[in-house]
Design a protein around this ligand. Structure first.
Ligand SMILES: [Zn+2]
Length: 500
């Protein structure tokens, strides 16, 4: 018996020794070299193309767009354009040209974003993002610089978030947080659900003094009207008008305040199916009008990220769960997504519970359309890297959601082009196809004004004046798919998690 135990012990020891040896060999293997941007010779011209004029909301056929050193230098009818000497011509007969897209709510995901995430954005025609947090500010600053200097493929990080500010213990902490960010522009402060009203308002006040933006989730205990009036720059996620515009809204805020301040210590979820039902069935158009008006007056932006609410509603849908694009998602992340989606079902698997999530998602779409018609400025954002929000590729899903919400295709396109440029105050350089603007473009095989899903039919992406052909975009996708299933990368990510 003793000998048997000894053998088992020795066997286990050898097994673990081999296991850890293999693990650390895999951790130590070199990281796949990041992709480096193309350097397309200029000048070049895209000829005979139908240009989508985002500003005018029209389609102009038979155009030529000249690009030199990363900039659009001429746009006009093909016959009238005087071609620069030695210009390479790309015949785009039958194709459609739109500006590069922006994802205004994206997360880089892991510290291995050059291997796992950044190429997906370019492959999806997303040339600029607003990064909403998760990895350190230093890391993001480094990535941003590398992308700008042409050392790395990826979208520009036109703005990036501080760590989520979910709780503060004093006003001094708010001041400290703002001071830390002063040298980190385009950094901004992202507030989160749990932040208590008193600290939230101190934070906004302090940030305003230093010219730093505060945005993000509306803290649950704060009224959106007060937040908008205080200067909250953009509200994230389509639950906004549902949570805020029903008779129980102020009571709900109080329930959150009591919980987050520690006044009540009971656990469990605050929002139940019955609350969700109430928000949908007792939605108050009057409260909605009041909030929408305040948002319009203050120029508060709205980033509904409908695909996140779609996940809630479709978590039990088999076809949805088997999206072919999952091959671009790192295996550990895929596992997390699956358990998150399962957790969503478990919140209330009864038919009534599932229906409440579906109705909540649909009501959110309806209210975004209504907000848009009331003049609230909408931005397309995906929550990339959150469950079933595919980095880069998900922007096309969100554009389709916005059309379902009642925006026309051109209005939806604006939320991912002109509006973000306006949000960042860079409309002179970005957001449409015009002489003098940065050459961030997407050449499509079909007309997105006829069907918004055509934005995903990408023939070429032009980023920063460099051309990526369909084949090169496919190679980028294959590079990410390879990394996503790499055992070595999984081990590295696990090791990162353990050692940090
Ligand atoms: Zn997010």
């Amino acid at each position: 018996m003793k000998r048997l135990l000894k053998r088992i012990f020795l066997g286990a020891l050898i097994f673990f020794a081999i296991f850890f040896a293999v693990f650390f060999i895999l951790v130590a293997l070199p990281v796949p070299a990041p992709l480096i941007p193309n350097k397309t010779l200029t000048p070049f011209a895209i000829t005979n193309v139908s240009v989508i004029d985002i500003e005018a909301g029209s389609l102009i056929p038979g155009q030529t767009v000249v690009i030199e050193k990363g900039q659009i230098t001429n746009v006009g009818p093909t016959a009238s354009i005087i071609m620069p000497e030695n210009a390479i011509q790309i015949d785009a007969t039958g194709k459609f040209l739109i500006p590069g897209l922006w994802d205004m709510h994206a997360h880089l995901g892991t510290k291995m974003s050059p291997q796992l995430t950044l190429p997906l954005f370019i492959a999806g025609g997303v040339t600029n993002i607003r990064e909403l947090g998760g990895v350190s500010l230093d890391y993001k600053r480094g990535i941003h610089q590398k992308i700008l200097s042409g050392a790395l493929i990826g979208p520009r990080l036109m703005g990036y978030a501080s760590a989520f500010v979910a709780s503060l213990d004093s006003r001094d902490q708010a001041v400290e947080l703002v001071t830390d960010l002063i040298d980190s522009k385009p950094g901004f402060i992202k507030v989160y659900n749990q932040l208590l009203p008193e600290y939230y308002f101190s934070l906004i006040e302090e940030a305003k003094k230093q010219g730093i933006t505060v945005l993000g989730h509306k803290p649950r205990a704060v009224s959106a009207i007060d937040g908008a009036n205080a200067g909250h720059k953009s509200f994230e996620h389509a639950r906004l008008f549902l949570f805020e515009c029903y008779p129980g809204a102020s009571q709900l805020r109080e329930r959150y305040r009591a919980r987050y301040s520690g006044e009540v210590s009971m656990g469990g979820r605050i929002i139940q199916t019955s609350d969700r039902r109430e928000m949908i069935d007792n939605h108050s158009p009057d409260l909605f009008d009041e909030l929408a008006t305040v948002m319009v007056e203050n120029g508060t932006w709205f980033v509904p990220t409908h695909i996140t609410r779609k996940m809630d509603a479709f978590a039990d849908n088999e076809a949805y769960r088997q999206d072919a694009r999952l091959s671009y998602i790192q295996v550990l992340q895929r596992y997390k997504w699956n358990s998150d989606a399962d957790g969503m079902i478990e919140q209330d698997p009864s038919p009534e519970g599932r229906k409440a999530f579906m109705d909540f998602y649909l009501k959110g779409l309806e209210l975004t359309g209504k907000a848009h018609r009331a003049g609230v400025k909408i931005l397309a954002g995906t929550d990339a890297n959150d469950t079933y929000c595919f980095p880069g590729l998900g922007i096309h899903d969100e554009l389709q959601e916005l059309v379902k919400a009642g925006l026309t295709p051109i209005e939806a396109l604006k939320t991912a082009t002109l509006n973000p440029a306006e949000y960042f105050g860079v409309s002179a350089d970005y957001g449409s196809i015009a002489s003098g603007k940065v050459a961030d473009l997407m050449l499509l095989d079909a007309n997105p004004l006829e069907n918004i899903s055509n934005t995903a039919k990408i023939d070429k992406v032009i980023f920063n004046g460099n051309v990526y052909t369909r084949k090169e975009l496919d190679n980028m996708l294959a590079y990410v798919a390879g990394n996503a299933s790499s055992l070595s990368i999984s081990c590295k990510l696990i090791w990162q998690e353990i050692s940090e």
